[in-house]
Structures are given as structure tokens and as C-alpha cells.
Design a protein around this ligand. Structure first.
Ligand code: NAD
Length: 366
């Protein structure tokens, strides 16, 4: 595969690591370090081919650049993949070899957990490098990001309510939540506590039962939830929910939830706008988890992390303003918002200062 063509001139650095004795085959993609070191999780997955792994790591690392920039963080975008079935090949020595490889990048890439990796793995990686987040609390870790992500999504929904109905509240709104896992469950809690009527669905019957038991919400069939008559449809399960086949069935005024990559294709952002449906761009509204884990770099402080997550409300509002004023979809406005911040802050950092580019702040030494 012509690798440089795949990079499209957009990526700073892509590194391939191979440690045959442990079976480690890893790729780290650093899309951009304009705003700071590239932070993004490690996905450990049995990719069908090396091309698939490369394609995924490139796509995901680019997404992290936009997410960090829109969240107002001094971080760039990166991501890593380890090729293989974690259930079969994940060992202490493989993870430590991987930790040493991360260390060799000198802090340009900082890892975190993702599909196929968990906090315990981060603790092992930490034995070889300090460029790792999502570690255990006794090592300064921030714990499960999901409740924080849910809080950020809830604040984003209030920004949506202001834009759609000029009301600073979700009270009295009917919200359809797709997926009541780690994030969805906590989102339902915020919604119910704040006067919304909630209908949920999940393919996992136990997850539905727990949510009904705890909050007394209504339920819908998983394949029908997007077509529920409601004010807000909140995708909190898998990506690609807004597609050619689901778009005509939507009966909501707002689409806003935690799921990554909600739009099947970028054009679906325009389609939602044309239908008069307000879309809260996923990587802006679901940035709470990233903001929370990034706080570890300065010595995790839950209060500071929470107040930073509250910025999601302002960011979502700002994106709606850009979309209105420049007559573009909210999806396109989010990309502009991120790109303009990278451009502006990147330019400021061209000034030479003794001792570097202000990175000391990132590492809590300022
Ligand atoms: P999770 O696995 O805990 O929950 C997802 C839930 O969706 C599960 O209960 C699963 O059974 C359900 N589900 C799967 N397919 C479904 C379907 N077709 N219909 C209805 N339900 C279905 O994951 P999570 O951590 O809650 O994350 C949810 C989404 O938010 C994911 O897309 C994730 O990438 C994204 N996200 C999560 C975080 C975080 O902090 N956890 C941060 C940012 C983005």
C-alpha cells in the first residue's frame, strides 16, 4: 500500500513498532502537535489487515486533533493501534515493550485506553513511560471518564435547548436515549433529575432493566428508537446512526449524544441542517472524557476537570452561532471552530521564547 498517499500530506508522523518475541505490532499516528502533544487512546484489535489498521489509526488520530482543539485543550491529535486479539496476545511483556516504544517518542504522543485496552493495561505501560493517562487513582489517574462525559453531554443538551426553544433547560422535553451503557445511564440520570421525560433503548436487556428500575423511564425497541417522536434524539451507543435509511425516519428537533462518529458520511451533517434538525457535533459534545483524562497531565484535580468540562456548554453554543452567522451546517461549523483555533494558537506559538513553546504548562511545571 502506498503509505505516503494514505497520509495525504496531512499527518506529522506515523511510526510502526514491531517486537517479534512479544508479538507486538503497533502503529502510532501523530496527526498534529500544533497545539501540544498528541493525546489519544490505544486500540487493541484483531484488524483484518494491516491496511485496515493503518486506515483506522489515521482516521482516529485526525479526529483527536479536532476534538482536543474544539475542547480548548493544549493538546494535539494522535492515536495508536495494536494489531491482534487482546484476549490471545495481550501480556505484560507486550504492553511493556509498547510502553518503551511510546517513551521513545519523547512525549510527542501520550496514550490512554480505548477499545481492547483498560486501566490495568495503562498501569503496566506506565512502568515504562510517563506518557500515559487513564492510570489507577493511586498513580494520579482520573478513573472512569463516563460520568464526566455524560455531564458534558447534558450541558451540551442545554445549549441545544437554548438554540432550538430559547429555554435554558431540558425540563418538559421528551428525550430518546439510544444506549444506556456507561455514558447513557448517567445521561438519563441528569435528564430525569432535571425534569425531562426519557425513553431508552439498548440491545442489552439488563442495561435497560437497570435504567428502568433506577429512573422509571419508558422503553423502545432498539431498531426503532431513532424514529421515536421526541424533542431530542441522543445517540449513546455506536457510531453511524445517522444514515440514508435512518434520516427520513427521524421525528426529533435535535440530535445530540455521546456516540462517536454519529454521521454515516459527512454529507449527513448537511442533510440534518436541511431537515431543520439541530445537530450537536459529536466530538464537541462528547469531549468530557478527553478533558477529564487530559487533566491528569497537571496532577488530576476533579474540581478543575469538572469546571473545564463546563466549557462544553459554551463551545456548543459558539458552534451554533458560527453555523447561523456563516450559514453552514453545525457539523461544518465545528470543523471551522477547531481549525480556526489551531490556526490562531499555532500562529502565536511561532514566537520564539526561551525554553520552548510553553509545554511546561502541560506537564504541570509552570
Ligand atoms: P458502553 O459500551 O458502556 O455503552 C454502549 C451501550 O450501547 C451498551 O449498553 C450497548 O449494549 C448499547 N448498544 C449497542 N448497540 C446498540 C443498539 N443498536 N441499540 C441500542 N443500544 C445499543 O459505552 P459507553 O462508554 O457508554 O460509550 C457510548 C458511546 O459514547 C460510544 O460511542 C463511545 O465511543 C462514546 N464515548 C464514550 C465516552 C466515555 O467516556 N465512555 C467518551 C466519548 C465518547
Amino acid at each position: 500500500m502506498p503509505v505516503f498517499d494514505a497520509l495525504g500530506g496531512e499527518y506529522e508522523e506515523v511510526v510502526f513498532f514491531h517486537d517479534p518475541p512479544t508479538g507486538l505490532k503497533a502503529i502510532i499516528a501523530i496527526h498534529s502537535t500544533t497545539l501540544g502533544p498528541a493525546l489519544g487512546g490505544t486500540r487493541f484489535y484483531p484488524f483484518a489487515s494491516e491496511e485496515d489498521a493503518l486506515r483506522d489509526v489515521l482516521r482516529l488520530s485526525r479526529g483527536m486533533t479536532y476534538k482536543a482543539a474544539a475542547a480548548g485543550l493544549d493538546l494535539g491529535g494522535g492515536k495508536a493501534v495494536i494489531i491482534g486479539d487482546p484476549k490471545r496476545i495481550k501480556t505484560e511483556e507486550l504492553l511493556r515493550a509498547y510502553g518503551r516504544f511510546i517513551d521513545s517518542l519523547g512525549g510527542r504522543y501520550i496514550t490512554a485506553e480505548d477499545i481492547g485496552t483498560a486501566r490495568d493495561d495503562m498501569d503496566i505501560i506506565r512502568r515504562e513511560t510517563r506518557y500515559v493517562t487513564g492510570v489507577a487513582p493511586e498513580f494520579g489517574g482520573s478513573g472512569d471518564p463516563s460520568p464526566v462525559t455524560a455531564y458534558g453531554v447534558y450541558l451540551g443538551l442545554i445549549a441545544c435547548a437554548e438554540e432550538a426553544w430559547q429555554e435554558h433547560s431540558v425540563s418538559g422535553r421528551r428525550v430518546a436515549v439510544q444506549g444506556v451503557g456507561k455514558v447513557g445511564y448517567h445521561l438519563v440520570k441528569h435528564l430525569v433529575e432535571n425534569g425531562a421525560t426519557v425513553v431508552v433503548s439498548d440491545v442489552d436487556v439488563d442495561a435497560v432493566a437497570r435504567t428502568v428500575r433506577d429512573f422509571g423511564v419508558e422503553t423502545a425497541e432498539p431498531e426503532k428508537i431513532h424514529a421515536e417522536e421526541c424533542d431530542i434524539f441522543a445517540p449513546c451507543a455506536m457510531g453511524g446512526v445517522i444514515r440514508d435509511d435512518t434520516l427520513p425516519e427521524l421525528k426529533c428537533r435535535v440530535v445530540a449524544g455521546s456516540a462517536n462518529n454519529q454521521l454515516g458520511r459527512p454529507e449527513h451533517g448537511e442533510a440534518l441542517a436541511e431537515m431543520g434538525i439541530l445537530y450537536a457535533p459529536d466530538y464537541v459534545i462528547n469531549a468530557g472524557g478527553l478533558i477529564n483524562v487530559a487533566d491528569e497531565l497537571q496532577g488530576y484535580n476533579p474540581e478543575r476537570a469538572k469546571s473545564r468540562v463546563e466549557g462544553i456548554y459554551r463551545n456548543v453554543r459558539e458552534i451554533f452561532t458560527i453555523a447561523r452567522e456563516r450559514r453552514m451546517s453545525t457539523a461544518a461549523a465545528a470543523d471551522k471552530f477547531a481549525e480556526e483555533r489551531i490556526g490562531k494558537i499555532g500562529r502565536v506559538r511561532l514566537y520564539w521564547v526561551p525554553g520552548g513553546r510553553g509545554w511546561a504548562k502541560i506537564w504541570g511545571r509552570a
